[in-house]
Design a protein around this ligand. Structure first.
Ligand code: PLZ
Length: 457
């Protein structure tokens, strides 16, 4: 057997779609791996859970000890159509035998072109579009800014409070939260301006008033003639699944359009069928000039796209855009399979259905557990915000307790939020109602354990 990889472990095995905890969590094999990891991997790379994954399928993740978890995080919204979706696996496997790398800027290939066509067709807006493919979400954001600056001849970049756009130098500057993303990593790229967002639970503002506040800020503190683009997440992801008030985003679009500011939707977390629409922008009636996709686009393989109005995308001189791996053929065919699966399995309506199961259940939990201050979300992108009961003070400790309890009981739950007090529910669209409800009953028990803790105090 090779010293680098245990080939037997690569043999596909079926994964039953059930929760099953057979050891302590983490189990002995995970603990042993964790020890090795601590010696070889820098501490700066955290892991939300100390369980090491062996395989995954659909909505279930299996760890090296044989424990099976219901996955309500989908690798932060990446395996949106389910782990190891058969069509994605087959397409990628076939492509591995054909060509793994050609470099599009040397010898181009069809899957890149087809994917660009599909992104053009499925992003909002009935106009000619062009798509650049890159490797990661942050790289998509970087390129959008680069293109917007070139096109407008302006330098300023506007982002919203609570935004998350990545970990590269420019995208760190665009991200809101200092710890853990920015602290100690400066100096950051300049000309990035953070403006107030719409956060209905916390600011209580209507969309119109919140938009006025954002626009006033940009007009007064930045000056529109210096502004190349406004980059925003239609539903903020890491920031806490913040859904803006009605009318907020359309007002921003109107202002951007009127002032020559490129309106860039970062749909890296909210896009690709996650919310029951191809892109969340559709829910708000906005048509961005550029749409950024990544995460769910290629069923777990690394890929990202910048799709924009042809006249904007085409201003860049030949050779001005590129990168070694951007639009890798294996990732690109996986993405084509993702598009096909979303169509053929009717996954947009499944996204809506998941919302119909999730939101009422989360509201039931809110009625039962005072710690839940807010319930919000669209499609398979919903969240609860935890507070100190009777106040709106963020309760990050409760989130940590609930997510740890859930892991012990076979449910992967992710936190979010600038104040780390949000639990987000972003299951794959392959999850059955039964599994989803079972996972929510574990969340119920986890929330009840908080009261039990009170009694013990
Ligand atoms: N824009 C809206 O959600 C990635 C980051 C997790 P990359 N979010 C998860 C972590 O701890 O690094 C994200 C996002 C939005 C951009 C990005 C960046 O995408 O593919 O991680 O670079």
């Amino acid at each position: 057997m090779s010293q680098f990889v245990q080939l037997a472990d690569l043999a596909p095995a079926t994964v039953s779609q059930e929760r099953r905890i057979i050891t302590a969590v983490p189990g002995p094999k995970s603990q042993a791996l964790h020890k090795r990891r601590l010696a070889a991997v820098p501490l700066g790379i955290g892991s939300a859970l100390p369980i090491y994954v062996e395989r995954a399928h659909g909505a279930i993740v299996v760890d090296v000890d044989g424990n099976q978890f219901i996955d309500l995080g989908a690798g932060i919204g990446v395996t949106t159509i389910g782990h190891t979706n058969d069509a994605v696996v087959a397409a990628a496997a076939a492509q591995l035998h054909n060509v793994t790398h050609a470099m599009f800027t040397i010898t181009p290939y069809e899957p890149y072109v087809r994917l660009a066509e599909l992104l053009g067709e499925h992003t909002p807006g009935d106009f000619e579009k062009k798509t650049l493919l890159v490797n990661s979400g942050a790289e998509a954001v970087e390129n959008a800014v680069k293109i917007a600056r070139y096109f407008t001849g302006r330098t300023g970049v506007a982002v919203l409070d609570h935004a998350y756009h990545g970990r590269t130098n420019l995208t760190m500057a665009m991200t809101y939260k200092a710890m853990p993303y920015k602290t100690g990593f400066g100096p950051f790229a300049g000309e990035v301006h953070h403006a107030p967002n719409s956060y209905p639970y916390r600011d209580g503002l209507s969309g119109t008033v919140a938009a006025r506040r954002t626009i006033d800020y940009l007009e007064k503190k930045v000056g529109v003639s210096d502004l190349a683009c406004l980059v925003f997440e239609p539903i903020q992801g890491e920031g806490g699944f913040v859904v803006p008030a009605d009318g907020y985003l359309p007002a921003l679009q109107e202002w951007c359009n009127a002032n020559g500011v490129i309106f860039v939707a970062d749909e890296i977390q909210s896009g690709m069928a996650r919310t029951g629409a191809w892109f969340a922008s559709e829910h708000f009636g906005i048509v961005p000039d550029m749409v950024l996709s990544a995460k769910g686009i290629a069923g777990g393989l690394p890929l990202a796209g910048v799709t924009g109005r042809a006249e904007i995308m085409d201003t860049i001189h030949a050779g001005g855009l590129g990168g070694t791996f951007g639009g890798n053929p294996v990732s690109a065919v996986a993405a084509l399979a993702v598009f096909e699966q979303i169509h053929s399995l009717g996954l947009l309506s499944i996204g809506k259905h998941i919302e119909q199961v999730l939101l009422p259940k989360l509201r039931d939990l809110q009625a039962k557990h005072e710690v839940i201050g807010d319930v919000r979300g669209i499609g398979a992108m919903c969240a609860i915000e935890l507070v100190i009961p009777g106040t709106k003070d963020p309760n990050a400790a409760a989130v940590a307790t609930v997510t740890a309890f859930a892991a012990q009981h076979g449910v992967i739950l992710l936190s979010a939020g600038t104040m780390a007090n949000v639990i987000r529910f972003l299951p794959s669209l392959a999850i059955s109602d039964d599994l989803l409800l079972e996972a929510l009953s574990v969340v119920d028990e986890a929330l009840a354990s908080l009261h039990a803790g009170d009694r013990n105090d």
